[in-house]
Design a protein around this ligand. Sequence first.
Ligand SMILES: CC(=O)N[C@H]1[C@@H](OP(=O)(O)OP(=O)(O)OC[C@H]2O[C@@H](n3ccc(=O)[nH]c3=O)[C@H](O)[C@@H]2O)O[C@H](CO)[C@@H](O)[C@@H]1O
Ligand SMILES: C=C(OP(=O)(O)O)C(=O)O
Length: 417
Amino acid sequence: MQKLVIHGGNPLCGEISISGAKNAALPALCASLLTNDTLKLRNIPDLKDVTTMMNLLKQMGVTILTNDPSEMELSAAHLTNPTAPYEMVKTMRAAILVLGPLLAHKGEAIISLPGGCAIGLRPVDQHIKGLQAMGAEIKIEHGYIHAKATKLVGTRIVMDIVTVTGTENLMMAACLASGLTILENAAREPEIIDLAQCLIKMGANIEGAGTDVITIQGVEALHGCMHDVMPDRIETGTFLTAVTASSGEIHLKGARADMLDAVIDKLQEAGAIINSEENWIHLTMNKPPKSVSLRTAPYPAFPTDMQAQFMTLNSVANGTAIITETIFENRFMHVQELRRMNAEITVEGNTAIVHGIPKLDGANVMATDLRASASLVIAGLVAQGETVIDRIYHLDRGYERIEQKLVHLGARIARIN
Ligand SMILES: CC(=O)N[C@H]1[C@@H](OP(=O)(O)OP(=O)(O)OC[C@H]2O[C@@H](n3ccc(=O)[nH]c3=O)[C@H](O)[C@@H]2O)O[C@H](CO)[C@@H](O)[C@@H]1O
Ligand SMILES: C=C(OP(=O)(O)O)C(=O)O
């Protein structure tokens, strides 16, 4: 199993490019299932989850041409097998996103209940409830969702909970349903807008993406298009947080500040100087960080996918921070690993209290999920001495060439077998 070895203490300085967003690329890949034409996608990040999704689509019969890892042409014209087997979806939550498109376009889907980061129970009841409201017959047997529908029918769906992939799945399914679908209490994440833009280029009739009411007037068929996947706001936030914690200066090309307001506000509160324009962000940090309290919530509030990285920032900040996680019930697994590095964190229910200390101590730690891994990388970068991070396959699900990017910024980090 591969590990990362980090020698902490170097400030991070330099310029890197932000990759395409994992959480936008994965739904866009699934949108290929909605048409018999070719969907061309650009700015696809080279990540484990993308490879898993490509393999999943290929075994269904989707043909995928790739000249460059960041560009793909997908065609579902000869789909043979509307099944997502357990072995292929157990590591990836986004696999559930094949359900809506398969059902809407092919009338059938057999999908293993998905895995992904072990950060909570993560049921898919809202996806199922929405598709049932559109007329699908759905049974769950032996860990598989068996769904059938001759033709989905548009309807009004009020989601009980704000769900990102739930909104994406129902929005994709509704594109080919007959009549009007109204999704209420929809998620407002930028990745939903990105997917809607791709679907609209494919001929879908969607209004309101980015608000909590999305209306979709179904069409007979969708066609191919070319779509550029949006930049990864969580990768962007992770690098900005790493530099705020470790001092230095970073210029992020291809990054979008308008999608990161809540994170940028907190980094400024911690002491970072941040400038940005449409497609870059520049951050300078020349003093020890101040503690910043936060509460995660659906977009546009502070993202749960940045909570772990801010836990590390607060571990080395001046003062005490209170971090409340409201989205996932088990997303503090990085705390016990940060404590191995002497971080002073106590957890009470869904709240962590972090007393900042001047320096963490390098240690052997274990990555438990994707963003927990990122928090440990930042911890290693600011710690005294050597940190060895085990189980970094979690990191490879969501960060493209992370150690090359960090080495370019002056970090002492290497991957070992
Ligand atoms: C591939 C992808 O885009 N992953 C992101 C997506 O995950 P994902 O779409 O899985 O997260 P959701 O927005 O669905 O989950 C939000 C909350 O709703 C609950 N829930 C969700 C669906 C459902 O049917 N029933 C239910 O109870 C979940 O357990 C969780 O407590 O949004 C999360 C919240 O921003 C991010 O952390 C993930 O990075
Ligand atoms: C939780 C995440 O991923 P997933 O939903 O794919 O498990 C994440 O990207 O932080």
